[in-house]
Design a protein around this ligand. Structure first.
Ligand code: FDP
Length: 336
């Protein structure tokens, strides 16, 4: 049969829609010659659950999923219905995908054993972060960390599988449910961001190789905390004000982090009278964002050491967090 090669048609009638998340993940997989594709499938499972959660958030005001669920979680915080919805969606996707053996979630007091005997990975997740913003149509997010389990596949889940340092993450990312829904992730070779195209049901690469600006003009803190934070923090904040920097605080960690990552800035959640060891959870909030920040050229510290070097001692451990542009984090450290 007579054939001819396909010659790319560049006419405006067939404009390209871009690189899908699926295709991107596949192309990255070939960079790891021994990769089996399980991590790629895991990332796709997370993306699928995030599309469902994005849909639920998008129509929340119409479908009776706003408001409190009626329970408090292990942190003593009131669970919102959407917290519960997101927890179910992500846990179910990870269970069915089969690559994950255990999940640590903000919404569950214990480790969830997914009974996937061949699952090589452990996931720590905050299914829906920014609870005070859930019901008021303000940006919220999902944060996830992926680790390789250290005990043999099929054996009971052990604490060393879940209490790993952030430096052991094999991938991490977040989904931002904002004016558009974005998925941003790293597997340790740069940070890439994808925007959800709702009408096509696909994430497309929109922010390749994100680089955090070395410095920036934004400082991000809940100002109500400042009467009870350390002197060094107060000095740094005063210096920011003297230098005419801009204060921006959404109160959703993912949204605040994302803005500062793109524009340059620093996010601070120090220890305070209310939260003497800080508020941000190490395993399923700080570690993922620290990995992303470093991969994009930024820094993340608890005020004493790299966040990624903290050895976790418990599932829901909290940490102070200072994260963002390199020069701003260094400047803060000069005050601490
Ligand atoms: P929330 O408790 O509302 O879920 O880590 C949790 C977090 O939100 C972050 O997303 C947010 O940056 C911070 O806490 C908000 O805390 P404050 O209300 O104390 O400012």
């Amino acid at each position: 049969m007579k054939t001819k090669p396909y010659i790319q048609d560049n006419s405006p009638l067939g404009y390209t829609v871009g690189v899908t998340l699926d295709r991107f993940i596949k192309s990255m997989q070939s960079d790891f010659p021994y990769a089996t594709g399980e991590l790629s499938q895991l990332l796709r499972d997370i993306a699928l659950a995030s599309k469902i959660v994005s849909r639920e958030i998008g129509r929340a005001g119409l479908t009776h999923v706003t408001g409190a669920f009626g329970n408090t979680n292990v942190q003593g915080e009131e669970q919102q219905k959407l917290d519960v919805v997101a927890n179910i969606r992500f846990t179910r996707a990870l269970t069915k995908g089969g690559e994950v053996c255990a999940v640590v979630s903000e919404e569950d007091d214990e480790v969830i054993d997914l009974q996937n005997k061949t699952g090589k990975y452990v996931v720590a997740i905050d299914p829906l972060d920014g609870s005070s913003n859930i019901d008021v149509n303000v940006s919220i997010g999902t944060i996830f960390s992926i680790y390789r389990r250290v005990t043999p596949q099929g054996s009971p889940i052990a604490s060393q599988d879940v209490l790993q340092k952030g430096s052991q993450q094999v991938a991490a990312g977040y989904v931002l449910y904002g004016s558009s829904t974005m998925l941003v992730y790293t597997t340790g070779s740069g940070v890439n961001g994808f925007t959800y195209e709702r009408s096509l049901g696909e994430f497309f690469l929109s922010h390749p190789n994100i680089q955090a600006p070395d410095s920036g003009e934004i400082f991000t803190i809940n100002d109500g905390l400042t009467p009870s934070v350390g002197l060094g923090i107060v000095e740094f904040l005063n210096a920011c004000k003297r230098k005419g920097r801009t204060s921006r605080y959404i109160g959703s960690l993912v949204a605040d982090f994302h803005r500062n990552l793109l524009k340059g800035g620093i996010y601070l959640y120090p220890a305070s009278a209310k939260n003497p060891t800080g508020k941000i959870r190490l395993l399923y909030e700080a570690n993922a964002l620290a990995f992303l920040a470093e991969q994009a050229g930024g820094l993340a510290t608890d005020g004493k050491r790299r966040v990624l070097e903290i050895q976790p001692e418990s599932l829901h451990q909290r940490t102070p967090l200072y994260i963002g542009s390199r020069e701003l984090v260094d400047e803060l450290m000069g005050h601490l």
